[in-house]
Design a protein around this ligand. Sequence first.
Ligand code: FES
Length: 57
Amino acid sequence: MSEIVCLCKGISEDTIVEAIKNGAKSVEEVKEATGATTGFCKGGRCKGKIEELIKEN
Ligand code: FES
């Protein structure tokens, strides 16, 4: 099991990476594909990690 990136929504690193591989190139596009950053903290805890994953993938 991969690490949970978006704690509010329970979205795992695998799910985010899959969205990036499927063409998401920005936090906004990852948000549209997965719902990440739409939780209670509004991306406060997950946005930075999503940006890193976009750079790495
Ligand atoms: S951890 Fe992703 S919206 Fe809060």
